[in-house]
Design a protein around this ligand. Structure first.
Ligand SMILES: CC(=O)N[C@H]1[C@@H](OP(=O)(O)OP(=O)(O)OC[C@H]2O[C@@H](n3ccc(=O)[nH]c3=O)[C@H](O)[C@@H]2O)O[C@H](CO)[C@@H](O)[C@@H]1O[C@H](C)C(=O)N[C@@H](C)C(=O)N[C@H](CCC(=O)O)C(=O)O
Ligand SMILES: Nc1ncnc2c1ncn2[C@@H]1O[C@H](COP(=O)(O)OP(=O)(O)OP(=O)(O)O)[C@@H](O)[C@H]1O
Ligand SMILES: N[C@H](CCC[C@H](N)C(=O)O)C(=O)O
Ligand SMILES: [Mg+2]
Length: 484
């Protein structure tokens, strides 16, 4: 594709060189540049991509998109200057991959918790209805049946458009994706065309990156601000930020709620370990999920399917066949008679909700032993709050390591313990080694008890000092269950 075609949706403030040049690819990482490609220099959180311009040219870049023009420009290479390469990257990638999002019905899901659950259930639902679909999520990306490993919740703009393009090639009609706050703030989704957006909820997370809760909220809100008039925006009327999210959107706003009048209304009628019985818009339906928060997730899925033109009664039939997403409230029944639950709760709110869900079902008939930690190089402020939530609703808590990344695991544990007074600490053991922590929790459990293993859900690794070591909570429990 010619460079001038790629520049159609951006406004360059300076150009040197020939824009008739043929471009063979677009990349934001100099290390991946191949001959004839366009290198987009981005100012990142670690380094300034502008310092790799000469490296990209050495590797064969035919053109460079940048914010600061270098003092001397290389001969034969075209330089295009814009005010924000972060914004331009998505728009250029969109054009390079022939605007794939416009050829799909793309729905984005944002919020602190529940994105993976809602996006995955929509993908499963539409596939069950016979449509070809794609999914971009934290756990894994899918183009129909083909699984493509995900290392981000929302991929970078190049990979993102490439994946959407592959979905178009595979004949997909629908695509469902998670839009993380990082991705929205970094404009990874710039240039995409959505037919709908869904808001789940907003509680504390990622303040290491966004600094204030307002910035975090505004990042999420800007996704809805950017939706077109033709799209729908489905929001959670039970969340205190639900209506704020959609106050400036041009899209058609619809609400869902378990408590107040809303466009999509749900009520929990009955719950047990196998599932719940719900009333949704006046119809009764049995679902294979537990937890009040999942009533909200299912309402978001139901509302989106209805807004995508499906008949409510058909949607409910499929909804009743769906089951839990990997690592989200996933139960493992152990021979001794206790139930281990692997869950991805890694925020104070998620922990509170998951423990609530467990108590709703246990109904006072067993003890709850919780194993949890907190990720390194992430929001430190959530650590003491997570410990408090775990202690509040558990009989015993084992605080351990999550992904320490580049931090000392014991320091993270100490940050969590800081949130507890001496009485609360009586309930707590701290064991740095996660395998040992899980083993201890299982040893303490008796028939009828629940062992909650929180924080890592589907993850099959533990990241220590930049190295991902194989570690899978589910696998550890299953091995113990056999040997106990
Ligand atoms: C803090 C953060 O979000 N960082 C993301 C950001 O990287 P960055 O701004 O730090 O980039 P940088 O390392 O400073 O480099 C700047 C530029 O120089 C380029 N570069 C760098 C080195 C080199 O040799 N050559 C070169 O060209 C880089 O490709 C980049 O374009 O942009 C990169 C490309 O999109 C992301 O891979 C990277 O994700 C990092 C690895 C990360 O851990 N992100 C997490 C926090 C994240 O994004 N999480 C959310 C989920 C959160 C949630 O659950 O809500 C996600 O969507 O996954
Ligand atoms: N609607 C909800 N409200 C509160 N907590 C929820 C909700 N849905 C899921 N959770 C909890 O949050 C955890 C993460 O859920 P999920 O993976 O669906 O969220 P996510 O938004 O995709 O997270 P991430 O930001 O890491 O991608 C679950 O394991 C569960 O503990
Ligand atoms: N998307 C989240 C996932 C956190 C999962 C938890 N296991 C951790 O490592 O903190 C993040 O990157 O903050
Ligand atoms: Mg997710």
């Amino acid at each position: 594709m010619k460079l001038n075609e790629l520049l159609k949706n951006i406004k360059p403030i300076g150009i040197t060189g020939d824009t008739d040049t043929e471009i063979t690819g677009v990349n934001i990482d100099s290390r991946l540049i191949a001959a004839g490609q366009l290198f987009v220099a981005m100012k990142g959180t670690q380094v300034d991509g502008h310092q790799f311009i000469s490296k990209a040219i050495e590797q064969g870049a035919a053109a460079v998109l940048c914010e600061d023009m270098p003092e001397s420009v290389a001969a034969g290479v075209t330089f295009v200057q814009v005010t924000s390469t972060e914004d331009a990257a998505g728009k250029v990638a969109t054009l390079f991959y022939r605007d794939p999002s416009r050829k799909l019905k793309l729905v984005g899901v944002t919020g602190t918790n529940g994105k993976t659950t809602v996006a995955t259930l929509l993908y499963n639902m539409f596939r069950a209805m016979g449509y070809k679909c794609g999914l971009l999520s934290t756990v894994c990306n899918y183009i129909e049946d083909e699984a493509i490993a995900a290392d981000h919740t929302t991929p970078d703009p190049i990979e993102l458009n490439q994946l959407l393009h592959r979905m178009v090639e595979a004949g997909c009609e629908y695509a469902f994706m998670e839009c993380s706050s990082h991705a929205i703030a970094q404009r990874r989704i710039s240039g995409l065309s959505f037919v709908g957006g869904i808001f789940t909820n907003l509680t504390r997370d990622h303040l290491d990156y966004h600094k204030t809760f307002e910035n975090y909220r505004n990042a999420k809100k800007s996704f809805f601000d950017g939706l077109p008039k033709t799209a729908f925006a489905i929001t959670n009327a039970d969340d205190r930020n639900g209506m704020i999210m959609v106050q400036n959107t041009k899209a058609t706003v619809k609400t869902y709620s378990t408590r107040v009048a809303a466009d999509f209304k749900g009520k929990l009628l009955e719950c047990h370990f196998e599932g719940m019985y719900l009333e949704i818009d006046g119809r009764e339906v049995g679902v294979q999920f537990i937890g009040k928060f999942n009533v909200s997730n299912l309402l978001a899925v139901y509302g989106a399917a209805v807004m995508l033109g499906k008949r409510p009664e058909d949607v409910l039939v499929v909804l009743s066949t769906l089951h839990s997403v990997r690592g989200r409230l996933e139960p493992i029944h152990c021979a001794v008679g206790y139930t281990a639950i692997v869950d991805y709760a890694h925020t104070p709110d998620a922990l509170a909700n998951v423990l609530n869900a467990i108590h709703e079902v246990l109904d006072g008939k067993g003890k709850v032993i919780t194993v949890c930690g907190a990720g390194g190089n992430r929001d430190k402020g959530k650590r003491p709050l997570m410990a408090q939530e775990a202690v509040r609703q558990s009989n015993k808590v084992i605080i351990t390591s999550d992904n320490p990344r580049f931090e000392n695991p014991q320091d993270i544990i100490n940050d969590m313990l800081e949130g507890l007074n001496s009485r609360q600490r009586e309930k707590v053991l701290s064991i740095v080694d996660r395998r040992e922590a899980i083993r201890t929790a299982c040893m303490l459990a008796h028939k009828g008890d629940v062992v909650l293993i929180a924080g890592k859900g589907h993850e099959d690794y533990q990241e220590i000092q930049g190295v991902k070591h194989h570690f899978d909570d589910r696998e550890v429990v299953e091995q113990l269950a056999v040997n106990q």
